[in-house]
Ligand binder design. Sequence first.
Ligand code: KIV
Ligand code: ZN
Length: 391
Amino acid sequence: MSNRVYIFDTTLRDGEQSPGCSMTTPEKLRMAKSLVELGVDILEAGFPIASDGDFEAVRAVSAEYNWVQVAALARATKIDIERAAQSLDKARRPRIHTFIATSDIHLKYKFNKSRQQILEEAAAAVELARSYVEDVEFSAEDATRTDADYLEEVCRAVVAAGARTVNLPDTVGWSVPHEYGALIGRMVKALGDRAILSVHCHDDLGLAVANSIAAVQAGARQIECTINGIGERAGNCSLEEVVCAMKVRNDQLPFQTGIATEHLYPASKLLSSMITFGPQPNKAIVGENAFAHEAGIHQDGYLKHKSTYEIIEPSHVGVPESRLVLGKHSGRHALQQRCSDLGYPLNKEQLGEVYRRFTALADTKKGVRNEEIVDIIQQVTNQAVLKTAAD
Ligand code: KIV
Ligand code: ZN
């Protein structure tokens, strides 16, 4: 089995359908450009039956980036699949992604249908989608709360009907890594090389990335994820985190993706500028503090050698530079470096006094700005000049 893992980006579909994240077609086109530069393998551009805007967006993205595999989502119904097929009429590499829920909870409360009915509808949907396009993905929504024997039957049926990719979503973020890995391993064994096993994890328990990785270790070869981890409720598996985990810890996770990681931070920034929120400051890889150091011990270690406190070179993920944040936890070493960067190389005595005044100020606030540091330096150095003149 090859160790190449396909990255299926659903920022423009699962991400876009979450609160505060809707995008217009021009915005989706700008984001698609960024995703294409990033090197995603499959770009899910929308859910065409959901609205005319979604339909137009899928059409526009698949026409503009027609060398990329573009997916359109469709429930397992004729009307959805036909609409998805229409939206992809200009695509050179169209994929119809059709789904139906398979868990007893959904069967009972959403559909009031039997397992056999759902299995037949799933297979029929895949067959219909295959009449329009070669590349059909089937998702068993709420797969992780589905009876595993029944899920295996569904997987076999949709592959027999022509699905090339079978996605087993952890729709409600219910699974834990070893459990999800075991489920995926079982289905990989059942399907062999007749289909690619895909994973789609939600982050309700903060386990979406860990679950996706466990699934890849068990044989999945497609990960569905989003920039900044946006998506329904707590979001989807974060693209930047899962890709960097496999890149940085390739010794433990020997898998490859086609992602050009230096485009990650720009993609994250672009997305944040188009939706109503950005990633939290301490978000891995793309958060504003992901490469910031404030504690004196860390700053001192970092200034001696970056590897003491950084496992990723910022430029490798497109972050311009690391930051030494000066606050009450900072030490002399970092302050001296900052004074020198600001154009004030200080002698030992001056640094001692600047540091004393700096910590007194820092104790009263969340952080100290460069202008405030310059003020302190000027007070201290002017006093020193006055003192020398008086002597
Ligand atoms: O979370 C989910 O189950 C989905 C499917 C439609 C793939 O988003
Ligand atoms: Zn989802």
